[in-house]
Structures are given as C-alpha cells and as structure tokens.
Design a protein around this ligand. Sequence first.
Ligand code: NAD
Length: 473
Amino acid sequence: MAPSSEFPMLIDGSLVAGAASMPVVNPATGQVFTEAPDASAEQLDLVITAAKRAFPAWSERPIAERQGLLIKAAEAITAHTDELTALLTREQGKPLAAATAEIQASLGWFHYFAQMTPPVLVSEDSETRRVETRYVPLGVVCAISPWNFPVMLSCWKIVPALLAGNTVVLKPSPFTPLTMLRIGALLKDVFPAGVLNIITGGDTLGPKMTAHPGFAKISFTGSTATGKLVMQSASETMKRITLELGGNDAAIIMPDIDLDAVALKIFMGAFYNSAQVCTATKRLYVHEAIYDALRDRFVALAQAMKLGDGAEEGTVFGPIQNERQYRRVKALIEEARQQGLTIIEGPQGPQGGGYFVPITIVDNPPDDARVVTEEAFGPVLPLLKFSNVDDAIRRANASEFGLAGAVWSRDVHKAVEIASRLETGTVWINENLYLPPTAPFAGHKQSGLGVENGMDGLLQYMDPKTIYIPKAA
Ligand code: NAD
C-alpha cells in the first residue's frame, strides 16, 4: 500500500509517514478501517541513529528532570483519554470501559516511575576504601509489545526505560499499532528529539529490530515461540533481554469458598478481555465437592453477558483481536468437540464478519487434551475436577509455563501454603489480575526471563557499575 499519514510514526522528534502502509482491521467487523505505517529498513536505521544521538544528553540529564517529563507525558495522555479510549476499542475490540481502564492503568506507570530513583549500593566502607555500585543506563532500548493490552504493555517498557536514562524505539503489534502511534504524536514535544520513538511495520520489522546491532537491550512481550527467536537474535551482540511470554495459568478452587461471593470474580479472572490476558486463569482446578455448583454458575454467567462490538453499550466481552488468533481458538474448540468432550457455550455474538468466539466451558476434559495443555489465549476454559489438593498442585505445575496462578479459599493460611508450592512468578489469593506497577512481575520456566515493574523492573534497564574509591593516599 502507498504511504498514508493519518497515524504517523514518531522518529527523531518528527511525525513521519511509513515507507509503505499496512491495513488495520476492526475486529468487531473484520473490515479494514484505516492504515498504519510500514517502516522500511532505512527508516529503522534512521530511528536507531536518532535514538543513539539523543542518548548522551538524555542519560546525563538530572533524574529529577526525567521524572518531571514523565509527569508531563502522563498529563498529555490524560487530556486525550476519551479519544484514545475510542481508538483502542476500535483497533483492539475491547469494550469502551475496559479501554478506559487500560489507559488509566497505564498512567499509573508514569506516576509510579516518576518518583523512582535507582539506588547506590555500598558494599564496603572501610578505612581504606568505599565500594560503591551505581546503576547506569544501557543505550537504545528496543521495546516490542503485543496486541492484547497495546497501551499498557508498551508503557510497562517505555516508562522505566526512559526514567533509567535510555532512549527508546517502541514497536507495537501490527494488529494494534494506532493507539501508541497517537500517543507518540501527543508526546512529540514532551521529550527531546530522538528520546522516545515509535515505529510500526509488518511481520519482518520485529526480526530486523532484534538483529540490529544498534540496540543495547530488547524488552519483549509476546508468545513464547517468538520470545525464543528474540533470545537467539539478541545473542549476536549480547543484548540485554527481558522476555514476558505466554502462560497457561492454573487456579485452584478449594471447597470452602463462598460461591455467591466469588463465582463472578473467578469467572472474570478467566474471561476478562475475552480471555486475551497473559495472566488469565486458563485451567480451573475445582474441588469435587463444589464442582457441579461452580460449573452451573459459570454456565449461567456465560449466558448472561453480552458478547459484541466493544463500542456498543452493554458489551461485556468483545471479539478476538485478530483473524489468525480467531482461527486458532476456533480450531482448538473444534478439536475438543471432535474428541467428544463436553462443551458448553454462551451466546454466539454478532454474525457479520467480526471475530466473535462465545464464552466456552469445557467440562472436565482429560489432562492431556490440547485445550488443557496449550494456552488458548481466547475464551475457552477447561474446568478440571480434583479430590486431593496435592494432586491439584501437581497437575497445576505440570506445565512448561510458569507465569501466574491463583488459589481461592476462605482459609488464607492454607491458601498461602498452596501458593508457595505453585511454580509461577505471581500467585493471587482470592483475587485475580491485580498487577500494580510497584510489584515485580516475572515469568518462571518458559513464561519469560527477567522482571518488569517495581525497582527490579527499573534495574532491568540499567547495568550495575562498581567503583572502588580509595580513602587515604
Ligand atoms: P507474538 O509473539 O506473535 O507478537 C508479539 C510482538 O512481537 C508483536 O509486536 C510482533 O509483531 C512481534 N514479533 C513477531 N515476530 C517477531 C520476531 N521474530 N522477532 C521480533 N518480534 C517479533 O505475540 P502476540 O500474538 O502479539 O501476543 C500473544 C502472546 O503474548 C500470548 O502468548 C500471551 O500469553 C503473550 N503475552 C504475554 C504477556 C506477559 O506479560 N507475559 C503479556 C501479554 C501477552
């Protein structure tokens, strides 16, 4: 497609059209509604050159000034919340309320990191010397984000990277490029030229970025399969990497729960954002004493909630974000049907070309069914019966993933004991999906490498540098 400039990229402080364009689809209709830039290899070289040029001055700027500019950036975004919300719903599919929640949650990252300062660690302070470890920024950071939370997961990266003193080139997903491009335009005059850059492009742009020697670090959120390619590609020049990858999160539901109080919360922990959440509950282990009651509640909840266009009033669940993922999820459900598993579906949603998949519950499938062993990343949830909690923990841990998990019980002491035995980087007790900027978030096993958020997350954008300072001559 010929270049279009409705949603330009931010390169070196200027708004720039792509060398070519790529279509952007509204997942509620399946129709192309606009275009986004498709950056060329030359534009990638240009943006990295600009970010490198901007690095020395930005990294030497007093941290109080970098903090102040993060607050200014948050103010610029806040002033356009309604516009950004509508755009996010249109390209991603999520209901307007969820899009607003995503924009507002993202602002929390700016406010949190704007009051952070990296520490100086003193490991020795003797008569002869002081040994001081400071943290220094890395250079140009490559940030790559997925399509499920295009704004929030981009902010998880760009905000701490900038505060640390790095310059950044962000590439949002080609499926959801627009809201971050628009945010780039809003921030054009907030940061000095070249400090924050946002480029978009098709399938070949990501690999070109991760292979580019100009980047010092890659911060990637996406699938485990792509994460492995990123890791390989980073090794060539020893780029630092943070990988936030897939999960197949288990929740363990103990028999003492108050079903009236928690059924909806457990349900939304699995299906929020049409289950396109890295830390959604994707396997639900339910004690046999309450299994039937919980399943019946889930069926009633699935029937009661509107599946539709996120832009319409009353929609609780939007479409799957893109056709590729839609086909994948449909195939997974079809395979379960072919296997003779019991499948219970909620309303079908609009029939007109949008990527709608009904809320789908699979009633106690075997542990080796693909719907149990694979991350669906769509609204299909296996309910799995257990009688012995040790067995439930063993089954929950029988996964190559280790992103998050949840335990639901009125006995919090017992729940903490179960939580400590789950092989994941995050465990919630009697809640779900709470992810504040303050707490380190790390995938265990093949769910990732490194940490986002909290002080640990900030330090992922810095290298330690130890200086041995003599005391007396
Ligand atoms: P994806 O891996 O297909 O794409 C993610 C991003 O990587 C996109 O911007 C894409 O353009 C880019 N990309 C694709 N191929 C690349 C390559 N070879 N080199 C470099 N970049 C490349 O993932 P997706 O389909 O966008 O997202 C869904 C997946 O992301 C799910 O598995 C989900 O669990 C995971 N996810 C994880 C987290 C987390 O924090 N752990 C959060 C959200 C989503």
